[in-house]
Design a protein around this ligand. Structure first.
Ligand code: SF4
Length: 354
């Protein structure tokens, strides 16, 4: 472990939380295991203010774990559409079904069983256990990593295996400090503090209760700690998409496969090249792309590559579809489109173009 623990860390953090923490988040009232779980999954990679309306809509649509387990994937993806990282939604659905099958329709309140569910890692499991059941379980999300690296002056990137272990040890060691009836607050306080005081850029050190013992503050290293993980450059990929529109206004949408990018969402038919797209049109639609008009391309960044999508707009003379594609191809009007799960950039494009 790097340096000794701050003796009254939890006491000061809780005092700060009582005055400045977030106490009115929708998943805190009531703080049921299902609501805590949903919020923790939505909050991965996403800020609280963005999550709140999505959480409220999702919980209104699927108010219980059983309701979620009984839902079809389409309606779950629709409720998630716009929040991004869609694997989270598919994992939640599978996990809910697993809970119904193996845990009497309840979320298990034990670390190993929680981590055996799709989409729940160690930190998410810890946050659920602490907030739903007041269990003494450590967390280590990005906010906590940043806070611990700065407090203890840890110079190696948090993504290093050894540094990760060191940070887990610190998080676990501090967890001995809060009283047993405040473990949910303590965990929420850790996340809130990192998100609002010890922020990535320009941390508010002058109103921080740890400013006299923080190594990064003492050594003027708040701008450089934590040391960034080394990132590989993100490659760019190109693809071509077909915006086929019939004279009645309907648009052709295709459902993506259940794995991979935009899995199970409805989007524009897409291929790697214009030639491949034409070949697909020949075999599925009997449409020629020679009359298609290029639209400005759209760009979208996924976690591991940047997609540049060239769009071809085609006025389709008919709406015929091959019978074997009825489940993966649909002509839809604007109202029907609103009921489907579409990737946010495609929904935005269609709203502006159609
Ligand atoms: Fe973070 Fe600054 Fe507080 Fe250190 S003093 S923990 S860098 S906010």
């Amino acid at each position: 472990m790097s340096g000794s623990l701050i003796p009254d860390f939890a006491k000061q953090l809780l005092a700060w939380f009582d005055l400045h923490g977030r106490h009115d988040l929708p998943w805190q009232h009531p703080r049921t295991p299902y609501r805590v779980w949903l919020s923790e999954i939505m909050l991965q990679q996403t800020q609280v203010t963005v999550v709140i309306p999505y959480f409220q809509r999702f919980i209104a649509r699927f108010p219980t774990l059983t309701a979620l387990a009984q839902a079809d994937e389409d309606s779950v993806m629709r409720a998630w559409a716009g929040l991004g990282y869609y694997a989270r939604a598919r994992h939640m659905l599978r996990a809910a079904q697993q809970c119904v099958a193996d845990h009497a329709a309840q979320l298990p309140c034990e670390l190993t069983a929680l981590m055996a569910l799709p989409g729940i890692g160690r930190s998410t499991a810890g946050a659920i256990l602490a907030q739903a059941w007041q269990q003494r379980a450590p967390i280590l999300d990005g906010n906590v990593k940043r806070l611990l690296c700065r407090l203890h002056g840890i110079h190696t990137p948090p993504g290093n295996t050894a540094t990760g272990q060191q940070l887990w040890q610190l998080s676990d060691a501090y967890l001995a400090q809060p009283p047993s009836d405040r473990l949910a607050d303590y965990t929420q306080a850790l996340m809130d503090f990192g998100a609002t005081v010890c922020t990535r850029a320009q941390p508010a050190c002058l109103r921080c209760p740890f400013q006299t013992c923080c190594v990064a503050k003492r050594d003027q290293l708040t701008a450089s700690l934590p040391t960034p993980n080394r990132r590989k450059p993100i490659p760019e990929r190109h693809a071509v998409a077909l915006l086929a529109q019939h004279s009645d206004g309907q648009i052709l949408l295709q459902r993506r496969p259940s794995r991979g990018i935009w899995a199970a969402l409805w989007t524009l038919p897409q291929a790697d090249t214009a030639e491949e797209l034409q070949a697909w049109c020949d075999s599925h639609l009997s449409l020629s792309l020679t009359e298609a008009t290029p639209l400005p391309p759209i760009a979208h960044t996924f976690s591991h590559y940047r997609l540049r999508l060239q769009l071809l707009h085609l006025h389709a003379p008919h709406r015929a579809l091959p019978t074997h594609c009825q489940h993966s191809l649909r002509w839809v009007n604007a109202a029907q489109r609103a009921q489907l799960g579409l990737p946010a950039p495609i929904r935005l494009l269609l709203t502006s173009q159609c």
